[in-house]
Write a protein that binds this ligand. Structure first.
Ligand code: F6R
Length: 641
């Protein structure tokens, strides 16, 4: 039998929904945009309307941007398009910053030639007594338009589609629902804090969605990976509403590589087809098997390999014990207390080079506290081991400071000037203006430039204090204030030339042998991703003309939200209990980020708690695999750019 047919059959036995995987969200979005454009044009040629079901949230933004581009550059017209949006918060004003009505105008409708009468979005401002008739009317309008030709969907971390939360019936229609607490937390990044996220929403039902002739569900990023696997590979259950899509006969999941990472074809590729047993793959298979069975690597038996579907590997490599040893050594060689390389000794498999010593090290930190939160222990070691450590704070981080903090500091500034006998007329006026502004500030109103500047200053002072705590001298602390971040809102600008230029200048000034960047692509506001893109663009441009770049190793740490998988880690830096405490106190220096942070995302733990739990977890996993049990470990992956 030809190999391809055989592997497709095996894949089908795991995946109950067709899946297409793209290298990144922009390629996936371009694919969906082309599908939509083709349908619109086919319908135009036949003088028919094209009825689209549309979603909101972070996922479809790049799709809408591509459709707008096609409208501008490729003459894609929306004159025959009728749209029905999936959902809307309730209650909410149509013009509120977070309303999905506004979202659709800003991201799509205001930029294309759709007829306003053809736009339909549930209305979050109808009165309670009118909700039922509003929902019934919505269903009728969809039917009157001839049903939805193509429905675009996103997926919630809890498996919701539209706002059909777990427990929704497959026959449900458009209705008012109560948002899951997890959804309110996940979406709280759009609101100043969780208490302002509406508790209710209007949503098309699952039955309404399933009636669409064709469905494309998009999912990007590692946070979506577990629920994507559940929806695609597990049984249909109301606990994961997206799993009802298995019952539709024309649905495709459009994923980027990260959202597809938990699918069996990626997690355990040997189960869905033949695979090449390169060392990385062997490590992945054995580490996952050991973690799953709760056994140390060196205790895995031939029977374990056979029962976990790894008989091919046994055949290729021989005995389980030989494979176990190979993987054990690979894991052992990732652990080092010398993240900058151990000077004066030759250790061929050490994650870093011994020479040169000392190294120039540059830690790029997207927000002013990511350095200490994500790699505080390593940061300290690099400094203590004599390297010339620099930190580049990429953005000001000003939106994450509360208004109360600003007034507290302004109060202090004025009081200080009084004590010092300095004329307070100027600062006093700023304080009065700020107080007045903040007392009248509408929820989600953008701060004045002065207030934003003060918020940025507060974070700069904290970052500087944390650097001093580690021992970094002032000359090695750099604030880039990248302009893409400076919108005063959660929505950031795309990376621009100035961002790249500022980063290139810093890189060229430090000429690092080692560069650390946040490789955290699950940051809910996307800031980390943009910061990494900027750093990579800067490095790639410099590479063409600067020799030092060829000698610069790039290590990625994960930001506050996640950790690398055990199978991926290439350098693990252990920490003693005392070093864990020292790191905790370093994180505490970022006082504006303690206790209550605006726009915190879906994890209610404080940053130091996340960091400690995560670092302890990594150490526990190493121990579970049979290696030395440390109190905590920080993990890194090397990126070859
Ligand atoms: C939005 C919607 C939701 C989102 C889902 C994912 O109209 O119906 O189902 O698609 O919550 O949201 P993001 O894309 O922000 O992760």
């Amino acid at each position: 039998m030809p190999k391809k047919t055989a592997s497709v059959g095996l894949l089908d036995s795991f995946e109950k929904i067709p899946v297409r995987i793209f290298p990144d969200p922009s390629e996936g979005s371009r694919f969906v945009a082309r599908q939509i454009a083709t349908l619109i044009r086919q319908k135009q040629a036949r003088n028919q309307n094209c009825v689209l079901g549309l979603a909101t949230g972070s996922t479809p933004k790049s799709l809408y941007a591509e459709l707008v581009r096609m409208h501008r550059e490729e003459k894609l017209s929306f004159r025959n398009v009728i749209t029905f949006n999936l959902d809307e918060y309730y209650p909410i004003d149509i013009d509120a910053l977070q309303s999905y009505n506004r979202f659709m105008r800003v991201n799509l409708f205001d930029h294309v030639d759709i007829k306003p009468k053809n736009i339909h979005i549930p209305d979050g401002s109808v009165s309670k007594q009118d909700i039922k008739s509003h929902c019934a009317q919505y269903e009728k309008m969809i039917a009157d338009a001839g049903g939805i030709d193509l429905q675009v969907l996103g997926i919630g971390n809890n498996g919701h589609i539209g706002f059909n939360e777990p427990g929704s019936s497959p026959n449900s229609k458009t209705r008012l629902i109560t948002l899951d607490n997890s959804t309110r937390l996940a979406n709280s990044y759009e609101f100043p804090n969780i208490s302002q996220v509406p508790r209710l929403a209007l949503t098309m039902g699952i039955g309404t969605i399933l009636k669409a002739k064709k469905i494309l569900l998009m999912a990007w990023g590692a946070l979506k990976a577990p629920v994507v696997r559940q929806a695609v590979e597990e049984e249909v259950t109301a606990g994961v509403p997206a799993s009802f899509l298995q019952e539709h006969d024309n649905v495709t999941f459009i994923l980027d590589e990260e959202a597809a990472a938990e699918l069996t074809r990626n997690k355990s590729p040997w189960l869905t087809g033949e695979c090449e047993w390169i060392p990385k793959m062997v490590r992945k298979a054995v580490v996952n098997m050991a973690l799953q069975l709760g056994k140390p690597v060196l205790s895995l038996t031939n029977t374990d390999y056979n029962e976990c579907g790894l008989s091919d590997l046994l055949v290729e490599k021989g005995d389980a014990y030989e494979i176990n040893l190979e993987v054990y050594y690979m894991l052992r060689d990732t652990i080092t207390g010398w993240p900058g390389g151990k000077p004066g000794v030759v250790i061929p498999k050490h994650p870093e080079r011994s020479e040169p010593y000392p190294k120039r090290v540059l830690v790029l930190s997207p927000h002013p506290d990511d350095d200490i939160i994500s790699m505080g222990g390593t940061f300290q070691r690099l400094h203590d081991q004599g390297h010339d450590v620099h930190v580049g704070y990429q953005t000001s981080g000003n939106i994450a400071v509360t208004d109360e903090f600003v007034t507290r500091f302004l109060d202090f500034a004025v009081g200080f000037e009084e004590i010092a006998g300095i004329d307070t007329s100027r600062s006093g006026k700023i304080l009065t203006d700020a107080r007045r502004f903040l007392s009248r500030k509408r929820s989600n109103q953008v701060d004045t430039p002065t207030i934003r500047a003060i918020k940025a200053l507060i974070r700069r002072c904290e970052a500087r204090a944390a650097c001093h705590y580690v021992g970094i001298p002032d000359d090695n602390i750099h604030f880039l204030n990248l302009p893409f971040y400076e919108t005063g809102t959660i929505e950031k600008k795309p990376m621009g030339e100035k961002d790249i230029r500022l980063t290139m200048e810093l890189l060229n000034r430090v000429r690092p042998h080692q560069l650390y960047c946040a490789g955290d692509l699950a940051d809910p506001h996307g800031t980390h991703k943009i910061c990494l893109d900027i750093a990579l663009e800067a490095l790639n441009r410099l590479k063409k003309k600067e020799e030092w770049v060829n000698d610069c190793w790039l290590w990625l740490y994960k930001g506050a939200w996640q950790e690398w998988h055990m199978e991926e880690i290439e350098m693990a830096v252990p920490m003693s209990p005392d070093q864990v405490l020292k790191k905790r106190y370093g994180i505490f220096i970022h006082q504006s980020q303690k206790d209550m942070v605006p726009f915190q995302g879906s994890d209610s733990r404080e940053f130091w708690q996340r960091a400690e739990e995560r670092n302890a977890h990594t150490a526990n996993q190493y121990a579970q695999l049979g290696l030395t049990h440390y109190a905590a470990m920080e993990a890194f992956v090397r990126l070859h750019y």
